[in-house]
Write a protein that binds this ligand. Structure first.
Ligand code: ADP
Length: 435
């Protein structure tokens, strides 16, 4: 509406101006000269305003435009309105940006905004404290130019950020950091570094505590066991009541001994986080030895144990750990399956991975337990597990061992039909045993 009025006024003014000059020219006897004079006056007037306009845009610092009437007044009013609208929008945007920055500064973690090719765009103050990334000087740099750890570069290149990466802080080597990347939009990444030193220290304390207690318990247990065995040698002279008592003491001490042993294995497996000492493990031989050794466990149950072993592949890993994981699965199958069952042990290549599996036709496990089986001390049926000498630590040990070996555990089970515990090893752990 406003626009139409301005245009109409513009043409009305021009028309009036031309009509007046034609009338004046007619009265003075020279219409053309009057028209030429009128046009010159219009051009001069516009040029004067153009000059003021250019001067305002390029030279003046004033936000409000110069005073003018006629069409130039309308132009300035329109421009001023646009400027005001633009400034309001900018203010809103700035407020939002400030809110975002305040929020990011309030985070207890270091936060960096990166482009999708890992160039730093922005960072909070914590980023300087934990990562040494200066918000002023380091914007525009690639993040791996500033955080120079091989494990971090590998993590960055892998583009698999479901699990975090752990490094020590480049600024303070006593600080342990957990790093995470989160993609947002199509062009940006949010990079978060969290100080996990306290959690790590607590973890270490817990690990050391369990390891020390288990270690300290070993000696008294061995002594008690020795004495009980000595006493049992004389059992012919005892009254039958004492015979039973000592048998119970012996079985409970043995149980405790196994538990302590498993706790020690778990602590050792947890502490062993250095992958550099891994070496070639001849898995086919290891499994054959295991199956042979398991026969004494199988004496009472008399299961039929069959194997399918591919002799052409071994693994890069820790033999004691792998032995412990493999034997845990086998002894569980022997222990939990009713007598005269069938147990099948497999070691073979599946696609580009290696697979170790122990399949039994035992009682099976109902679905709600399966996800929790690898928790420490988790047992499906406590009394039954106790009867088999179980501590609930076997599968926790398996889980830790697999963490060191690029491997994952898959449990298939049908209640009443049997279970299959399968370990898949990544192609990067596989080693050919045939030259
Ligand atoms: P445990 O030392 O008690 O055997 P594990 O961690 O090895 O502890 O196993 C956890 C639980 O998983 C066991 O208590 C048992 O109930 C169940 N379990 C493990 N293996 C089998 C199996 N082959 N068949 C049935 N149940 C099993």
């Amino acid at each position: 509406m406003h626009f139409k009025l301005i245009i109409r006024t513009l043409f009305l003014r021009l028309g009036t101006w031309l009509s007046l000059s034609v009338l004046l020219g007619y009265l003075l006897g020279s219409v053309w000269a009057a028209l030429a004079l009128c046009s010159l006056t219009v051009i001069a007037w516009h040029y004067r305003h153009l000059y003021e306009f250019i001067n305002w845009i390029w030279q003046s610092k004033a936000i409000s435009p110069p005073q003018a009437d006629g069409v130039w007044g309308d132009i300035y009013n329109g421009l001023y309105r646009q400027i005001k609208r633009h400034r309001q929008k900018q203010k809103k945007l700035n407020d939002k940006l400030r809110q975002f920055r305040d929020g990011a500064e309030a985070l207890p973690d270091a936060a960096l905004v990166l482009s999708k090719d890992f160039i730093i765009q922005w960072g909070n103050k914590k980023a300087q404290k934990l990562l040494g990334v200066r918000t002023s000087g380091d914007v525009g740099q690639r993040i791996d130019n500033l955080i120079r750890f091989p494990e971090f570069s590998k993590y960055l290149d892998a583009h698999n950020w479901d699990t975090p990466c752990h490094i020590v802080s480049p600024v303070n080597h006593e600080i342990h950091l957990e790093l995470r990347f989160m993609a947002y939009g199509t062009e940006h990444l949010l990079f978060i570094a969290r100080d996990v030193s306290k959690i790590r220290r607590l973890e270490e304390m817990r690990r050391d505590f369990v390891a020390n207690v288990s270690h300290e318990l070993k000696t008294p247990l061995t002594v008690v066991r020795g004495y009980v065995e000595m006493i049992q040698m004389e059992e012919e002279t005892f009254n039958p009541h004492w015979k039973k008592t000592f048998a119970t003491i012996e079985s409970q001490v043995s149980r405790m001994d196994r538990l302590v042993e498993q706790l020690l294995v778990l602590s050792r497996t947890e502490i062993n986080i250095d992958n550099h000492d891994q070496h070639l493990v001849n898995v086919p031989e290891l499994i054959e030895d295991l199956v042979e050794d398991s026969q004494w466990l199988n004496q009472d149950k008399k299961h039929t144990i069959t194997t399918e072993i591919d002799n052409s592949f071994g693994l890069l890993g820790f033999d004691t750990e792998l032995k412990s994981a493999f034997s845990n699965l086998l002894s569980n199958a022997i222990g939990y399956t009713e007598s005269n069952g069938n147990i099948h042990v497999t070691w073979k290549k599946l696609g580009n991975r290696m697979m170790y599996s122990v399949k039994d036709d035992g009682p099976g496990i109902s679905k709600q337990h399966i996800n929790r089986l690898t928790e420490r001390f988790y047992r499906v049926d406590k009394s039954r597990s106790r009867d088999t000498g179980g501590s609930g630590l076997g599968l926790a040990i398996v889980k830790h061992v697999l963490n060191h070996h690029h491997a994952e555990l898959n449990i298939k089970s049908d209640l009443g039909k049997g279970s299959e515990f399968i370990i898949y090893f990544d192609a990067k752990s596989m080693v050919s045993l045939v030259n």
